[in-house]
Design a protein around this ligand. Structure first.
Ligand code: ZN
Length: 314
């Protein structure tokens, strides 16, 4: 479903951001079951993995296989992260249609995540984009540490704008700003979204939020007020970045859907089906999940709210 004024487009990043931070490697068949569960619940956009070095992030080694096995139809977008030419080559070989280029705004996180400072990481994207464009891939991009870096501190919005301009020149369709360690607040969101919008008014923006300090719902609210209608979230609120100390889980997809429905904004997602997938995930991982709803899933919604929610999920 598209992002419009009264509906949001949620990309569930459970299979990438969520599972990359788990100590166990989830088997491909289980990932496939989770992916189909999310699609059956109404998700139309999933981030399923990343083409990074399999020894560095073994949880993502089967991204190509997942992409080949998942055949969800034209209306669904399955994204994979690409950081460099080698990753782009693997993505093309796997027939990936939707690619998210990823670069950090800060040198500290870029060194930890990509092994090189930011500008070198951006330069690595040149040959990657050439390959991907030639193969007809649809490109989006994510700027990590767009608000705060665990190594370098606050990120200057002017720096984010500079990186955004470089990425926009690649012909990306959407730019996602990531609060990689979940340390941003509404002021950060307002300031940086305004700066990027002023520089690149035609480029649709999305937010990728973590909930380390419980600020993700407030940040969503601020972003909704600003007109942002694209959000990343991970079912159950699991996740984190193995190369960003202090990062806690993502904003929960279940919590985000709940927030949107209570705000009168449609998501196209069936809450009951989503809850069933979350329960499957909890059993699979063998530990409690972090989303607020995962702790209260047995409790019914107050009367009236339940009816309103049902009306808006269609
Ligand atoms: Zn993340």
């Amino acid at each position: 479903m598209p992002a419009t004024a009264d509906q949001v487009l949620i990309t569930d990043v459970l299979l990438r951001d969520g599972l990359q931070n788990e100590p166990v490697v989830v088997p491909t068949t289980d990932k496939l079951r989770l992916a189909y569960g999310l699609l059956n619940a109404g998700l139309t956009s999933l981030e399923v993995g990343s083409f990074v070095h399999p020894e560095k992030v073994p949880q993502m080694a089967d991204t190509g296989l997942l992409m080949e096995r998942l055949r969800p139809g034209e209306s669904v977008s399955l994204h994979a992260l690409v950081l460099n030419e080698r990753g782009a080559r693997r993505a093309v070989e796997a027939g990936v249609r939707d690619v998210r280029l990823t670069v950090s705004a800060s040198d500290g996180h870029s060194l930890a995540n990509a092994g090189v400072p930011r500008d070198a990481a951006l330069a690595r994207l040149d040959p990657a984009v050439e390959l991907l464009t030639a193969a007809g891939a649809r490109l989006e991009a994510t700027i990590a540490t767009a608000f705060i870096c665990p190594f370098d501190g606050g990120t200057d919005p002017a720096t984010v704008v500079e990186v955004a301009r470089r990425l926009a020149a690649f012909g990306i369709r959407v730019l996602h700003l990531a609060d990689t360690i979940g340390a941003a607040g509404p002021l950060h969101i307002r300031r940086t979204v305004a700066a990027v919008r002023e520089a690149l008014p035609d480029l649709p923006l999305g937010l990728h939020l973590h909930n380390t300090y419980g600020m993700a719902p407030a940040n969503v609210w601020e972003a909704l007020r600003l007109g942002v209608r694209r959000f990343d979230a991970a079912l159950g609120g699991i996740g984190g970045c193995p190369f960003a100390p202090g990062a806690a889980g993502n904003l929960g997809t279940d919590d985000l859907v709940n927030l949107c429905h209570h705000a009168g904004i449609a998501t196209g997602i069936d809450v009951g089906r989503l809850t069933a997938v979350r329960e499957e995930l909890r059993i699979l991982l063998g530990h409690r999940l972090d989303s607020a709803l995962s702790a209260v899933s047995a409790a019914p919604l107050p009367l009236g709210l339940a009816a309103a929610t049902a009306d808006m999920t269609g």
